[in-house]
Design a protein around this ligand. Structure first.
Ligand SMILES: Cc1cc2nc3c(=O)[nH]c(=O)nc-3n(C[C@H](O)[C@H](O)[C@H](O)COP(=O)(O)OP(=O)(O)OC[C@H]3O[C@@H](n4cnc5c(N)ncnc54)[C@H](O)[C@@H]3O)c2cc1C
Length: 482
């Protein structure tokens, strides 16, 4: 109760939650791990100003209480889950647009603004924020910055970090800093150490992001789409490579494997996707003649390997062709009557040349562990999403899916890839950090230690347990072997 009383002096009482039921709602995110364990915070606060945020952080630092920043909780890595209890800072209700500066192609927003809302308000100005997660209608801009999120346009437009001009951050001791220049509106800025990039992708372990200045991009006037059905899985990556080698950079290159096709056809039989080993979708954008030319080129490239190729330049047909891909996540559980998708081992990214090995490797791991796995994702940048379908009430399957996820992560590292292309390390992938980063992990931990010597910011995330041990015994080193 003293926590409630203390917080009540810092934040309006209607934005502090301490009831058990309310706190239970913050014990999960979209990760499978948060289905298996309950990590319940001691309190939840919903700040609406930088002063409130800083006051709560200062209080937590004084008392040594963990702070866990949270957006919409759509993350799939347990990043927003309070694994060591403490105070969850729910930033999702603080969603103002502070300044839309069309003349300077930028916008300053608060962290709770949802991605889809941002792009809807930018559309009348002919502008957009290109990164586009599949969770667009949920994900907050704060969560996207903290996870350096992206989506199917990353192949051409890059990821969130390419659009962040500056950040307002409450540091773990309660000080408030503005990165990217205190009053800077320039689109290019190489002054000083790039703290903006340090905080993008920091997953809440270095501070709470309270303001985000984003660079905006002109909305391209037209789009075109090619959908191609490949009888052999291995031929799909060949077509992707051939498109690059022909000098084109599509704005999206997506793959669905045979199980994704099967799931979508079960969910929406009217879409009647062609039965084959892989479907590829290529989206191009730009000026209308250029788009039409690229669509023709991509069609003829795909025809070398594909059984069916369809192109579309009309909005209505493009929407229909995209529909199957956009429904995969929802359709996955149709593969089994008692099945549900487990968000685990779902986000590896591998070098382009290793995509065929990764695709076949995942399939054989699925066979080994006797778990049905749907594969889809952003083949253009090697980012593959794997969706295991299990009965979550079957303990044997729950154990097998965790072994499968471990094998998938290790496969990615063996193929010179990464365990996460876009969803982040969080709680669930920290055990691979040493293998993936080597000594660089120590330097990361030194940065963490310098900014957060008490270790109150989102503890238990990004850094593997040996590092957590180092944190606890105050040695300030992460060099212990894993
Ligand atoms: C169906 C589905 C589809 C998805 N598709 C994609 C996709 O295509 N691409 C993609 O990249 N991701 C995708 N995701 C994952 C997820 O939506 C993204 O990572 C998203 O950016 C998380 O935003 P959020 O607001 O939900 O953040 P949360 O899940 O609440 O938090 C994520 C991390 O950010 C930290 N954080 C949140 N807000 C702040 C803040 N203000 N300051 C400091 N740290 C903060 C948290 O502590 C946590 O570590 C998908 C998820 C689902 C469920």
């Amino acid at each position: 109760m003293s926590l409630l009383r203390d917080l009540g002096e810092l934040v309006s009482s209607d934005r502090i939650l301490t009831d058990e039921l309310d706190r239970l709602c913050y014990s999960y995110d979209s990760s499978f791990i948060s289905r298996l364990h309950r990590f319940i915070p001691d309190a939840v606060v919903l700040p609406r100003s930088v002063e409130e945020t800083a006051a709560v952080v200062k209080y937590a630092a004084r008392k040594g209480i963990p702070i866990v920043p949270r957006g919409a909780g759509s993350g799939e890595s347990g990043g927003a889950v309070p694994v060591q209890g403490g105070i969850v800072m729910d930033m999702s209700t603080w969603k103002d647009v502070v300044e839309l500066d069309v003349a300077n192609m930028q916008i300053l927003v608060r962290p709770g603004l949802v991605h889809d809302e941002l792009n809807r308000l930018l559309a009348p100005h002919g502008l957009f924020f290109p990164p586009d997660p599949g969770s667009s209608k949920m994900a907050t801009i704060g969560g996207m910055v903290a996870n350096n999120s992206s989506g199917l346009r990353a192949i051409k437009y890059g990821v969130t970090e390419n659009y962040v001009l500056g950040l307002e951050v409450v540091l773990p001791d309660g000080r408030v800093i503005t990165t990217g220049g205190q009053d800077c509106r320039a689109l290019k800025n190489v002054s000083g150490l790039n703290l903006t990039k340090l905080f993008v992708g920091s997953e809440g372990v270095l501070g709470v992001i309270t303001g985000i200045r984003l660079r905006l991009w002109p909305r391209p006037p037209s789009r075109g789409l090619v959908m191609a059905a490949f009888p052999r899985l291995e031929d799909a990556p060949k077509a992707v490579m051939a498109v690059f080698q022909a000098g084109m950079l599509p704005s999206g290159m997506e793959i669905m494997d045979s199980s994704a096709i099967e799931a979508v056809n079960l969910y929406r039989p009217d879409l009647n996707l062609p039965l084959c080993e892989a479907i590829l979708l290529f989206e191009v954008d730009g000026d209308p003649p250029g788009v039409a030319w690229q669509v023709e080129q991509i069609r003829s490239i795909c025809e070398q390997w594909a059984r069916e190729v369809e192109e579309a330049l009309e909005e209505e047909r493009m929407t229909q062709l995209w529909e199957g891909r956009s429904l995969v996540a929802a359709a996955v559980s149709r593969l089994r009557s008692e099945g549900t998708r487990a968000f685990i081992g779902e986000d590896i990214s591998v070098p382009l040349s290793r995509v065929p090995e990764a695709l076949r490797g995942i399939k054989s791991l699925a066979d080994k562990h006797q778990i049905k796995v749907v594969i889809f994702g952003h083949i253009g940048d090697g980012n593959l999403h794997t969706a295991p379908v299990i009965d979550p009430d079957d303990e044997g399957e729950v154990a097998r899916v965790q072994h499968l996820a471990d094998d998938i992560h290790r496969l990615a590292l063996r193929l010179q890839g990464t365990v996460t292309g876009e969803h982040g390390v969080g709680f669930v992938r920290s055990q691979y950090a040493r293998q993936e980063h080597g000594l660089a992990l120590d330097a990361m931990f030194q940065v963490k230690k310098a900014l957060d010597p008490l270790g109150i910011m989102n503890p238990g995330k990004i850094f593997p347990s040996p590092v957590k041990g180092a944190e606890a015994d105050g040695k300030g080193t992460a060099s212990t072997a894993e």
